[in-house]
Design a protein around this ligand. Structure first.
Ligand code: SAH
Ligand code: AVI
Length: 313
């Protein structure tokens, strides 16, 4: 709640994206993935469908630990590749949304009766120290471009922590979204059916419940724009008229002028050079790089580099 206090009380207001993901937010994200305009999911899905066999054959992990696993839709390609090899595997989905973890865990056990599923409920931005350390080779999966929801220093911190806990036999499987024409990016974050707008506004329903606030979600507009200089989508909620909002748990009343914003999400877009540099600073070297012909998305495997870490950390 401290992050909400710091983020909400003073303009420029900003919230961490984890507040999107209650049961409804997770369901809305799932619907975003099926919209015509949101290319990342189907692009990464196609890469996994095509390369999961090779990736799993090369790494042969006994464990798969996935950060921000959600419905584990795309992860099923990795699991099927394990199944084909008849190897026992333990899957550790790690997510902040209890409902999505529970439902997904149940459906995975039905679909893959041989799979051991150990759900981990928590917030990965609070650190990874409490995670179990699976032995025998672990594949850490961080898919969907979710790394892009972090500013550079936070992304670096998370990757460095991962690199630090990885053994030489472990690998990271990372999906990152790439820089591309602005029109494609803008459409992906402002789909014509308004699903992304509903996902964005759902944050205010979450705040109403969790923080005993009285936001009127319909009094805020969804806005997303591509900031070319920073190579990132910025998603905002914009007050449509002057308004006051009581936030009971913060014992505060927020005053919004018309047009005042809350930055609800950044979604950074990478080049091959920028993701290679970020991983290198974290002590990770890219082993394999899979991308479609249009270079819209990258799926990478990376290995920890002994004794490499950025001096700023
Ligand atoms: N990996 C899936 C889902 C991406 S959506 C895919 O590629 O489609 C982002 C997921 O991360 C959601 O399931 C959300 O609940 C989870 N998440 C967001 N912030 C989180 C945090 N701080 N800690 C743990 N999980 C988080
Ligand atoms: C989860 N994350 C990678 C998504 C993204 O594209 O940044 C969340 C999202 N926000 C709006 N649409 C999808």
């Amino acid at each position: 709640m401290e992050d909400a206090r710091v983020g909400l009380l003073e303009p420029p207001r900003r919230l961490p994206p984890k507040y999107f993901y209650d049961a409804r937010g997770s369901a809305l994200f799932d619907r975003i993935c099926d919209t015509e305009e949101y290319y990342p999911t189907r692009t990464e899905n196609a890469l996994l469908a095509r390369h999961a066999g090779e990736i799993m054959g090369h790494i042969r992990p006994r464990h798969i630990l996935e950060l921000g696993s959600g419905t584990s839709r795309k992860t099923r390609h990795l699991l099927r590749a394990r199944e084909a090899r008849e190897c026992g595997t333990v899957y550790w989905p790690f997510d902040v949304c209890r409902e999505v973890l529970e439902e997904t865990g149940e459906s995975l056990v039905e679909e893959f009766p041989w799979l051991e599923v150990n759900p981990l409920l928590g917030d990965y931005s609070a650190g990874l120290a409490h995670l179990p350390r699976p032995a025998d080779g672990c594949l850490y999966a961080f898919l969907g471009g979710t790394l892009g929801n972090f500013e550079e220093p936070e992304a670096l911190k998370l990757l460095s922590e991962l690199a630090f806990r990885m053994s030489p036999a472990d690998r990271l499987l990372l999906g990152v979204d790439r820089v591309k024409p602005t029109s494609v990016l803008q459409a992906a974050y402002d789909d014509s059916q308004g699903v992304t707008a509903a996902f964005n506004r759902n944050l205010l329903h979450v705040l109403n419940r969790e923080l005993e606030a009285d936001f009127e979600p319909e009094a805020f507009a969804h806005r997303s724009l591509y900031n070319e200089a920073a190579a990132r989508i910025e998603m905002y909620l914009v007050a449509e008229a002057p308004q006051q909002v009581r936030v009971g748990r913060l014992e505060a009343t927020l005053r919004f002028d018309a047009g005042e914003t809350i930055l609800t999400e950044i979604s950074r877009k990478f080049t091959e050079a920028s993701v290679t540099r970020l991983l290198a600073r974290a002590g990770l070297a890219i082993e394999r790089h899979y991308a479609p012909d249009n270079q819209y998305f990258s799926l990478l495997t990376a290995v920890p580099q002994p004794d490499v870490h950025d001096p700023v950390i």
